[in-house]
Write a protein that binds this ligand. Structure first.
Ligand code: TMP
Ligand code: ASP
Length: 237
């Protein structure tokens, strides 16, 4: 499948149309952004690592019965996906407190959250992705009741699958963000699952192995993503 025209340029990926109106091509760029796009840098190999990482994770999720938009890896940094009608909210599950919840609720980073929390955020950089609840989603017509319920169900199912996967590779899945869309009326997981959109800590040392390395200027960003990939057995060759 060939790229036809640029449909949308995000902060880290560009989306292209194809000859098939129901299929898109995602190009994972090396751009790495944080703080709603205020900090942006090009990191060598990141597009390739995230594309292959995303393919590996989405395949595991499909095998566990979670519908995803991913169809095929096309090249080192491109993937073929179904064209979803995206729902403009982000679904976040937290197993351990870190990031915005520590500031919002004044809790210590590292506090175990049992049961895990679930939060919705509106996808809007200009408004700094404000937290919203199901009433906002319904009142503003961003999603229907049954789609909200399905997004929550699938987001927790992802937690069951990935907590174990990362644990077996010596890592703690601290939190993650998912985005969903509709394809022929069915909710499917879209966007990506990579260390750009989750927090992962080493189980022994609690070292940060995700985009917090970039946000906090800890260095070795892509090298650490590669370490995560290697531990999981992702083929980066
Ligand atoms: P937060 O602590 O900043 O609310 O983020 C929670 C998790 O969700 C963290 O792993 C980062 C991810 N996330 C994104 O990838 N993009 C976003 O726009 C937001 C709000 C969160
Ligand atoms: N992905 C968002 C951004 O670039 C938020 C973040 O990861 O910090 O700006």
């Amino acid at each position: 499948m060939q790229k036809k025209a640029e449909l949308y340029r995000g902060k880290a990926k560009t989306v292209y149309t194809t000859e098939d109106e129901n299929r898109l091509i995602l190009h994972f760029r090396n751009d790495t952004s944080a703080f709603d796009g205020q900090k942006i840098e090009q990191l060598d190999r990141k597009g390739m690592v995230n594309n292959k990482f995303n393919h590996f994770i989405m395949t595991k999720l499909e095998e566990a019965g979670i519908p995803t938009q991913l169809e095929a890896l096309l090249s080192d940094d491109e993937a073929l996906v179904k064209k979803l009608d995206m729902i403009p909210v982000e679904c976040v599950v937290r197993n351990v407190a870190a990031g915005s919840i520590t500031r919002r609720l004044g809790v210590e980073e590292g506090l175990e959250l049992n049961p895990p929390t679930f939060e919705f955020f509106l996808k809007n950089d200009a408004l700094h992705d404000p937290m919203v609840n199901e009433y906002h989603i319904r009142s503003f017509g961003w999603a229907k009741d049954e789609d909200i319920a399905r997004m929550k169900e699938l987001t927790f199912k992802v937690n069951d699958v990935l907590k174990t996967l990362f644990d077996e590779a010596g890592m703690i899945l601290v939190d993650y963000k998912l985005e969903f869309g509709l394809f022929n009326g069915e909710i499917m997981l879209g966007d990506e699952f990579t260390p750009d959109g989750c927090r992962l800590w080493d189980k022994e040392t609690r070292n940060k192995m995700d985009k917090d390395r970039f946000r906090q200027g800890l260095g070795s960003v892509v090298e650490t993503y590669e370490e995560v990939a290697n531990r999981l057995g992702v083929n980066l060759a």
